[in-house]
Design a protein around this ligand. Structure first.
Ligand SMILES: Nc1ncnc2c1ncn2[C@@H]1O[C@H](COP(=O)(O)OP(=O)(O)O)[C@@H](O)[C@H]1O
Ligand SMILES: [Mg+2]
Length: 419
């Protein structure tokens, strides 16, 4: 479970922290930086997948040239905040704090290099690129290398309390592979890698969801590919199927009663909806909103969910009157299954209908007038937010530009006091 993410000199954030809950909602004007936060999550995910910095930022291709991992938007030239030498990301994972600072190695064509890295469990250091007292202070890493130090244990006496790793890849995925690394830290590094590696970034595309799929593809693609076979697998469990159909029935006026999965001569599985009046409607004829909702249902109700799902603009294609259902689904499933969902939205209705827990985990991303940088603030912490939410509804506050107005006042005021 991720609890927070701090972005310093990352894209348009000087130094800001997003609080992350079971269900995290981000609002904010266009180009305020919401997708940049998504990029930060992707960066961390790339670390969890064991990639090098060049791969995380620039992309990774398989042997046949097919894309295994798309790089970060903007690529190498635009990931660090303009005119800054390095970026820093810090993520809270349960009681762990993982920090990484990345800059350029001027001796190597400006390639990305880890400048600083550490993993802590509460206040206790697990490893760090900074030697601490008792460690060998005079030791210097070689060119393109990084030394990861851990504290000397009392018993048994450890003599060499560092390992040497490559500086062009985050140390966390190299540390425990070193023979000399202490086994006692393995559960910690493994846990953090597992959480970071367990994220999905879904960018659903109804056209892709309509396409038939070959049997065996039971994990939904990032664009929603393989929906027919993913759904078919879920429907094999009668209880799961029942829950899924119930949610569908609530969503659509067309009243889905059942699903069918006919196979075509090439062996591909198609998706067909059986409606209440016994009419069959193929996925080709189903509405975009229905398909999007169905895809979200499969990930939230399906077996073996991933840790964290990032959905951009979750309300996209879903009628306002139905958004409460989507909200209820996410609020329920995140609370129940330990799944995390992070989303951006421009929907006032969604904001108005959210429960108190989701409200606590809603943040506004904003660029103040005349400022290039953006700030991230929990909406609940804005003056009178709770009270105004009750009297006017959070959606009205969003549409009326209240959040930006309050921030312009409070943040501007802070600066004056400080100077
Ligand atoms: N390296 C960078 N340094 C400073 N600002 C950046 C950098 N990269 C992108 N930006 C800013 O971020 C904006 C895009 O933010 P984005 O997250 O896509 O917005 P949205 O909130 O609409 O998702 C750009 O318009 C640009 O001003
Ligand atoms: Mg965006």
């Amino acid at each position: 479970m991720i609890t927070s993410i701090r972005l310093a000199n990352f894209k348009n954030f000087a130094d800001e922290t997003l609080r992350v809950g079971p269900f995290t909602v981000m609002v904010g004007a266009n180009a305020s930086g919401k997708s940049n936060i998504r990029d930060a999550f992707r960066f961390l995910h790339g670390i969890g997948r064991g990639y090098t910095l060049a791969e995380i930022v620039g992309g990774k291709y398989g042997a046949g040239g097919q894309i295994e991992w798309a790089g970060i938007r903007g690529g190498v030239d635009e990931i660090i905040r303009f005119n800054q030498p390095s970026l820093l990301l810090q993520v809270g994972v349960e009681d762990f704090t993982y920090t990484i600072r990345v800059g350029r190695d001027e001796d190597r064509d400006g390639a990305f290099q880890v400048k600083e890295e550490s993993l802590k469990l509460s206040a206790t250091r697990i490893y760090s690129t900074q030697p601490e007292r008792g460690n060998l202070q005079s030791l210097r890493p070689g060119d393109g290398e990084l030394l990861l130090h851990w504290d000397r244990g009392i018993t048994p006496r450890e003599i060499n309390t560092y390992v040497k790793v490559r500086a062009d890849q985050p140390g966390i995925t190299q540390f425990q592979r070193k023979e000399r690394a202490p086994d006692k830290h393995r559960p910690s590094t493994d846990r953090v890698i597992q959480v970071l590696g367990n994220m999905r970034f879904l960018d659903l595309n109804p056209q892709r969801m309509r396409e038939p799929a070959f049997p065996g593809q039971t994990v939904l693609g990032d664009r929603g590919e393989y929906l027919p076979t993913v759904l078919q697998a879920i429907c094999e469990d009668s209880q799961r199927k029942e829950t899924l159909v119930e949610w569908m029935r609530e969503l659509t006026p067309m009243d889905v009663r059942d699903f069918e999965f006919p196979t075509d001569p090439s062996g591909r599985v198609h998706l067909v909806f059986l409606e209440a009046n016994d009419r069959r409607v193929s996925a080709y004829a189903a509405s975009d909103g229905t398909l999007r909702f169905l895809a979200m249902l499969t990930v939230l109700l399906g077996p073996d969910p991933d840790g964290l799902y990032f959905f951009e603009e979750i309300d996209n294609g879903i009628h306002p009157a139905r958004q409460w259902l989507l909200l209820e689904l996410i609020e329920k499933q995140t609370a129940k299954r330990g799944i995390q969902v992070v989303t951006t939205t421009h929907s006032p209705d969604l904001l108005t209908m959210m429960n108190d827990e989701t409200f606590k985990n809603t943040s506004v991303v904003s660029r103040l007038e005349d400022a290039d940088d953006a700030i991230i603030r929990p909406v609940a912490k804005l003056p009178r937010a709770g009270e105004l939410r009750k009297s006017q509804g959070l959606g009205n506050l969003l549409s009326g530009g209240w959040m930006e107005d309050v921030l312009a006042f409070t943040e501007g005021y802070d600066e004056e006091v400080g100077s």
